[in-house]
Structures are given as C-alpha cells and as structure tokens.
Design a binder for this molecule. Sequence first.
Ligand SMILES: [Zn+2]
Length: 325
Amino acid sequence: MTPPQSPTMRALVFDGAAKVVDIPRPIPAPDELLIRVRRAGVCSTDLEITRGYMRFHGVLGHEFVGDVVEGPPEWKGRRVASEINCVCGRCDMCAGGLANHCRDRTVIGILGRPGAFAEYVAVPRQNCHQVPDAVDDEAAVFIEPLAAAFQITRQVNIESRYRVAVLGTGRLGLLVAMVLKRTGCRLVAIGRNPGTIALLDRKHIATTNVDDADGVGRHDVVIDCTGSPDGLPLALRLVRPRGVIVMKTTCQASQPLNLAPLVIDEVSLIGSRCGPFPDAIAALARRDIDPAPLITARLPLSRGDDALRTAAQRDQIKVLIDPTT
Ligand SMILES: [Zn+2]
C-alpha cells in the first residue's frame, strides 16, 4: 500500500538558479495560518538573493496578500498581509519590545523560512494583519514595503521646516518619497531614472537628477534608498553638520569608504529596516498613498523566473506575481 501523497503546489524556488517547480504544500504549525496567495510583489531584496544575498535557498518572496485557508475559525477566510519577521517571543530582544530584532528569528523568503512566490505559504498567526476591503489586492502587496518606508518616520521626527533628500527613485525610494511628502517637509527626490522621476513629478514631488544634486552640506535629513554603494558617500556630501542619514541600502561597499565626515560633521547614521503595518494599511485605505502607478508588469507564477528577470530591467518598477492563474 502506498502512503497518501501530500498535496503539492507550484512555487518559485531559488537554489543557485530561480525556477518554478512543484513542491509539497506547507503544513502550518499550531501557531501558524496557511494562506493561499492572491498576489505577491518582487522586491529588490529578492533580486539580491538571486545574486547571493543572505545565502538563502528556497521559495522566494515576502511581499504578498492572500486568504487564510487553514487556521482557527476566526481567521479562516480572512484576507491578510503578513509581517515578515517570525520571532521566538522569548529572547531579550522580544522581551524588550524589539521583536523585529529577535535573535532567533526567521524571515519569510529571506532567512530560514519559505516565501510567498507560491500558491500557499504558512506564517505565524501573530504576523498577520487583516486587509480592509478599501485596499485591493494590488495595493495590499505594497503594505510590507510601505511599512518599511513609514519606519523612517518612527525613527526620525521629520519636521515640516526640514530640508530632506531621498536618494534613489527605485521601488523603495518612490514609496519613501510618497510617505515623506505627507510630512510637509521640504523634500527632494534625487535619482537618475527618467521614468521614475516623471512619476514623482506627477505626484508633485520635487526631483533632481543625481548629476545635478545641489545643496551640499545643507540637508537636515538624507535617506539612502539607492541600493548602491554610491549612496552613502553622496548622503555624506549632502547632509548638514549634525544632520541625520537614514540607510535603507543593504549592499556591500565596493571600495573603502571615508567616514571622517561622519565624525567631523557629527552626523547621525541610522539603519532602517521593517516598519509598522498599521500605518501602511491605514494610508492605503484612506488613499493617502496610491501605489498603483508603480506597477509596471504582472506575470503568472508559472512565469516566476521571467518576473525576476523583468523586475531587474531598468524601465520596471514593481512587478507583480499572480499565483491564481
Ligand atoms: Zn526572540
């Protein structure tokens, strides 16, 4: 007698190369929900993983929205987005209210846990936030990266009199600029991509080409969203003495970096990662932030490898993956 086959699902797996394969459907642990993924978004982190970042092998993807299909009755059928850090709840960081820095964490699709470029994903119940009807699936995919943008406003009090520069007008830089625009600060987005700069122009956000960036030593706050080793040296040039640099870029410096200006100008350098989901959900529900113009391509999960290649192209912003077709 053959043992019963566990159900399989389609997933985009990275194991040195990204490919769409059939793998067993995840079995949720007692504290987890099984989610049928409705839409997922390709993030720069996914592309970095395919270049070796975090040495992650497994199902990619961490920006997603889906329906709870297994879990407690009060959760079943709910449409949810999930925070990506899965935490122990016992370590000193968790006990101190810094669970995103849990010393024993796994991270969906990034560290020790399968991701959401799949038909199904299992995630801890405590990570899940119900998505209100006012936020459609395509907008809900932006909850996770938008929360990361809101994290800046939790870390730095952006005053309306502040001169603020966002470096980089890619996927995250655009969301950061849209969030900071709401503070009423004197904002400029500095980039080199004519397409994304035009998008910011339409949102009435001031822009400058990186080659024309002025205001050296004049910016109260500079946010590095370049994803490039060139970002921090430029931020150090633009920030004023006693100013603040917020780093969203995770790439490695390609050459030695002169940090003397950091000391001489007494600059504060702040790393910034994941952020508050409720802030992002509320902004999307109120239509304060409309991410729809950032979507440049939609591909079925069966073409997941194509989706990654597409997202790496210069004229693309957010590429969505649809596991339902
Ligand atoms: Zn912990």
